[in-house]
Design a protein around this ligand. Structure first.
Ligand code: EPZ
Length: 423
C-alpha cells in the first residue's frame, strides 16, 4: 500500500511530458473488441485501471500485449461475453464493456458495478439507452444481462450528458441496423477520441464533441492504429501543483484548449499561464488571490475531476474561494483531510468555502479517492514539514509515474510502502 511522503517548501521548476488520457484509453480498450480485428494503441499510460481493463480483455479471450506506451489487442479470439464480479470490482468503469460486448456478441452479462467513493454511480441512463436500441435488460442476483437479437438504430435522448452512457451508446450503436442519433450527449474530448478510434476501426460516427452524435453502422477493418489523446486532468494536476508550490513549470504534449476552464481560474488567481500549440507553462510567485467561484459542470464546464486539485491550490490564497460540486454527490471527502493540514474549509451540501490561511503544517492524511489523493499531495507541497498521504491504491489508478514526475520538477515527494506504524 503506497504512502506518498511529501516534504513541503520546494518551488517547482522545469518541464514534464503529460501522460495519455486515462478516461480516453479505458473506453478505447473496451472498443477494441467491437468488430474484432487488431488494435495498435500508442501513448497509453501505465495505470492500475489500464491493467484492470487488460485483465478483462484477456478474460474475454483477447490476446493483449503491452510495451511501454504501446498496447496491442487482438480481439479475434474473443470467447466470452460476461465479466465476473472479481474483475468488475477492480474498476467500476468497466461498465463501458457492456456496449462493446453487446455489439460484438449480441449478449452481455456483468456483475452490476456498485457505487464508489464518489457516490452511488447508478447506470440507469446506460440501461435505458441500450433498451431503446432494442436490448432486453435483466437485473438479478447482482448481475446485469443485456441481450439483443438485433439492435436497431433510433433517436436516444440522455436525461443527463453522462460520459459513460454516451460511450456505451456509441459502442452498442456500431452494431445497430440503421442510424442512431444521440442527443444531450456528453461533449468531453475523450468522447471525440473514442469516435476517432471507432471511425479508424471502420465505424461511421460524427458529432462527438457536440451534444448530438450520429452513429451509422460499421465496416470492420482488420488492423487499427490510434494514439490516445493527452490527459487534461493529469495536466491540470501538475498545473495546480505548480500553483500550490510556486515556481515555473512547462507541460508538454497537452491540448491547451482542453483545460481552458482550469487555466482561466489559475490566471484569475494571479498565475501567469502561457500556451503553445502542444504545451502550457505556468509561473507563480507571490501569494495567490482566491479563486473566483468554481462550479463543476459537464464539459466544456469546469471539470469535476479538477475540483479537489484546484481546492488544494487555494488553501493559502488571499481571500475566500467557493466551490460548487454539481456532478457527484460525495466529492468533498478530501476536505476533512485538508483540514488536518490546517486548511480552513466549510462545507454546506454541495458548496465548499475555502478561506486562505497563512500556513499549512504537514500531517498524516488518507487518500479517499483518486483525485482527492492527488489533491492531498498538492497541499503537502505548500505545507511545512512532512505530509504523509496514506493511499490504498487510488492515486496509481490514474497517474503514471506520479512521484517521479513531481520529483523531476523539484518537489520532494517519495512513494514509500506503508509500514505497520503508518497503517
Ligand atoms: C466519467 O465517469 C469519468 N470516468 C469520471 O472520471 C468523471 O468524473 C465523469 O465522467 C464526469 O466527467 C471515466 O471516464 C472512466 P458520468 P462516468 O456518467 O462516466 C450520474 C476520474 O477521476 N449518472 O458522466 O461514470 C452519476 O452518478 C473519474 O478520472 C446517473 O445518474 O460519469 C454522476 O452523478 C471520476 N446515471 C453523473 O451522472 C447513469 O446512468 C456523471 O456521471 C450515469 C451517470
Amino acid at each position: 500500500m503506497p504512502v506518498w511522503k511529501v516534504c513541503g517548501g520546494n518551488a517547482l521548476e522545469g518541464s514534464a511530458v503529460v501522460q495519455g488520457a486515462k478516461n480516453a484509453v479505458l473506453p478505447i480498450l473496451a472498443a477494441s473488441i467491437v468488430g474484432g480485428g487488431v488494435s495498435c494503441l500508442d501513448n497509453c499510460p501505465k495505470l492500475l485501471d489500464v491493467d484492470a481493463s487488460l485483465e478483462i480483455l484477456h478474460y474475454l479471450g483477447c490476446s493483449v500485449m503491452q510495451n511501454r506506451g504501446k498496447i496491442l489487442i487482438d480481439s479475434g479470439g474473443m470467447s466470452r461475453n460476461h465479466i465476473p464480479h472479481a474483475l468488475m470490482m477492480k474498476m467500476r468503469s468497466s461498465v463501458m464493456f457492456m456496449g462493446a460486448i453487446l455489439a460484438r456478441c449480441g449478449e452481455v452479462r456483468l456483475s452490476a458495478p456498485g457505487g464508489c467513493e464518489l457516490g452511488s454511480r447508478p447506470i440507469d441512463l446506460h440501461l435505458k439507452a441500450l433498451h431503446e436500441l432494442g436490448a432486453e435488460i435483466e437485473e438479478s442476483g447482482g448481475e446485469v444481462c443485456c441481450r439483443a437479437s438485433k439492435l436497431k438504430g433510433t433517436h436516444i435522448n440522455l436525461d443527463f450528458p453522462s460520459v459513460g452512457a454516451t460511450e456505451n451508446v456509441m459502442l452498442a450503436a456500431c452494431a445497430a441496423e440503421g442510424t442512431t442519433v444521440l442527443t444531450n450527449a456528453a461533449r468531453e474530448p475523450e468522447i471525440v477520441d473514442l469516435q476517432n478510434f471507432l471511425n479508424a476501426k471502420g465505424a461511421k460516427i460524427h458529432g462527438a464533441g457536440t451534444a448530438e452524435i450520429h452513429i451509422t453502422g460499421f465496416s470492420p477493418r482488420s488492423v487499427t492504429e490510434h494514439a490516445v489523446l493527452p490527459d487534461r486532468i493529469a495536466a491540470a494536476t501538475y498545473l495546480c501543483a505548480a500553483a500550490s508550490a510556486g515556481g515555473d513549470v512547462r507541460l508538454e504534449r497537452v491540448v491547451p484548449a482542453h483545460l481552458n476552464t482550469v487555466t482561466d481560474v489559475l490566471r484569475s488567481m494571479g498565475c501567469e499561464v502561457a500556451e503553445g500549440e502542444r504545451e502550457v507553462r505556468l509561473r507563480r510567485s507571490g501569494r495567490l488571490n482566491a479563486a473566483r467561484p468554481v462550479v463543476t459542470k459537464p464539459y466544456p464546464g469546469f471539470p469535476t475531476d479538477a475540483q479537489a486539485l484546484l481546492m488544494s491550490a487555494c488553501l493559502k490564497a488571499g481571500g475566500t474561494s467557493v466551490f460548487v460540486e454539481n456532478i457527484f454527490e460525495n466529492r468533498f471527502r478530501h476536505v476533512s483531510e485538508l483540514r488536518r493540514l490546517g486548511a480552513d474549509i466549510r462545507v454546506e451540501g454541495r458548496v465548499a468555502m475555502v478561506s486562505g490561511v497563512a500556513k499549512l503544517t504537514g500531517a498524516p492524511v488518507s487518500a479517499c479517492d483518486l483525485r482527492g489523493g492527488a489533491a492531498l499531495v498538492i497541499a503537502g507541497l505548500a505545507a511545512e514539514n512532512v505530509t504523509e498521504v496514506i493511499d490504498t491504491g487510488h492515486v496509481e489508478r490514474g497517474y503514471e509515474r506520479f512521484a517521479q514526475t513531481l520529483s523531476a520538477l523539484g518537489a520532494d515527494v517519495q512513494r514509500c510502502e506503508a509500514t505497520s506504524d503508518t497503517e
